[in-house]
Design a protein. Structure first.
Length: 202
């Protein structure tokens, strides 16, 4: 485990930035990351900040991966202390692409100065004692999500939701107990049964 930085700059939490991100996360992508999301991306990025639960249908070239890298960073920068819990049936992609992308965008924002380097599947930018960070959950270890409740809310992101079974999705959804908790589930509706299919029909 890397050593914690001597000082992490959290002064932005007392300024206007968190409220600006919550009000307009698409603006924040332009301001912080230098990225102008196109229409479909913008819909995905706004969803966790405007709805408690959102099902996103994806396909090729919709900007899903880029969006899922930016959303956890925007959530952390606008809500303290809070957690992002993220899982995917494609665990290799989650570890190798999403976590790498999150690190890139947080550094791109140049908000916090130095911070913890993300571990393979858990990332606490200011150190674990702050109870503020991103936790990657392998589909066979959903119990790791238990007890991870952020005072300012918990965002649950499930990628490739169409391939998830109820034995995985149900415990994760049950962890969202506060009115501040949000779920964003993303998938290509290829299966006629399962949690994603049922959610899109409800």
């Amino acid at each position: 485990m890397p050593s914690p930085p001597k000082k992490v700059d959290l002064s932005f939490l007392n300024g206007p930035l968190p409220k600006k991100i919550m009000k307009d996360p698409v603006w924040a992508c332009k301001k912080l990351f230098g990225i102008k999301p196109w229409e479909r991306q913008a819909e995905i990025i706004r969803a966790p900040f405007t709805h408690r639960r959102t099902e996103v249908h994806t396909g090729h070239a919709v900007g899903k991966t880029c969006s899922l890298c930016m959303i956890p960073v925007l959530w952390l920068l606008s809500k303290y202390p809070s957690y992002v819990i993220i899982t995917s049936s494609d665990w290799t992609s989650l570890r190798g692409v999403i976590f790498s992308g999150m690190r890139h965008y947080l550094r791109q924002s140049n908000i916090m100065g130095d911070f913890y380097e993300p571990l393979v599947d858990e990332w606490s930018p200011a150190g674990r004692s702050h109870k503020w960070g991103v936790i990657g959950i392998s589909p066979d270890k959903v119990e790791r999500a238990q007890g991870k409740h952020g005072e300012a809310g918990t965002l649950l992101i499930i990628d490739e939701y169409s391939f998830m079974e109820y034995t995985i999705s149900t415990p994760l959804m049950a962890n969202l107990t506060s009115s501040r908790d949000v779920a964003l589930v993303v998938g290509n509706p290829l299966r006629a049964s399962g949690p994603f299919a049922d959610a899109t029909r409800s």
